[in-house]
Unconditional design. Structure first.
Length: 200
């Protein structure tokens, strides 16, 4: 599995190659989390957003499909006692309806064959009036072409099933029935759009 294979080097991409974007992304996410929140994070990877979330919330369940990513996340988040790590499939979450105040899924929707199914699951486990927080890397350039980053990632084994720019990412949520979707941009070498909206 590609994500197991890159678990040991993913932090270099985030903390060195794309540091400016990630710094802005952490600030955006931090501002959306409240001290009383019980949070689910899907596709937590090596835990680089988990540390931000855990530092603000009451409790966090951080999940990923790749066991090696979770192992790395556990090391990166060892200082936090309010996190539980769990392997999970974003398309079929093993949590009851209406469980979490905030549901975060970072940089994953563009990788999925069934992003609407994942969105339905994230919405399902979120409490009424809770918030979905869904960052994703923008992988189309200003001329609408697949970015150099997404082409390189695809050759390495991380197939991008969707090519989003900021406008098409917003439209994805509008088409899915979220008229209140808001968007913030984390600028940098590979920018990231953070979509956030109230549970339907």
């Amino acid at each position: 599995m590609f994500w197991n294979n890159v678990a040991g080097v993913y932090d270099i991409f985030v903390n060195v190659i794309n540091r400016k974007t990630h710094r802005a992304l952490k600030k955006i996410i931090s501002d959306l989390i409240e001290p009383e929140d019980h949070v689910l994070e899907c596709a937590c990877g090596t835990g680089l957003l988990s540390t931000v979330i855990a530092g603000k919330c009451a409790s966090l369940i951080a999940t990923d499909f790749a066991p090696r990513m979770l192992k790395r996340a556990g090391k990166n988040c060892a200082a936090f006692k309010n996190i539980r790590f769990q392997q999970a499939n974003i398309l079929s979450l093993d949590f009851p309806d209406n469980t979490f105040d905030k549901v975060v899924a970072g940089n994953v929707l563009h990788l999925l064959d069934e992003p609407l199914k994942a969105l339905h699951e994230l919405n399902r486990v979120c409490k009424p009036d809770g918030m979905l927080i869904l960052p994703t890397y923008l992988n189309r350039d200003q001329k609408g072409r697949a970015s150099r980053f997404s082409r390189a990632a695809g050759k390495a084994g991380a197939a991008f099933k969707r090519q989003f720019d900021q406008d098409s990412y917003r439209q994805f949520f509008l088409n899915a029935g979220y008229p209140d979707v808001k968007m913030q941009l984390a600028s940098g070498r590979i920018p990231c759009a953070v979509a956030f909206m109230t549970k339907k």
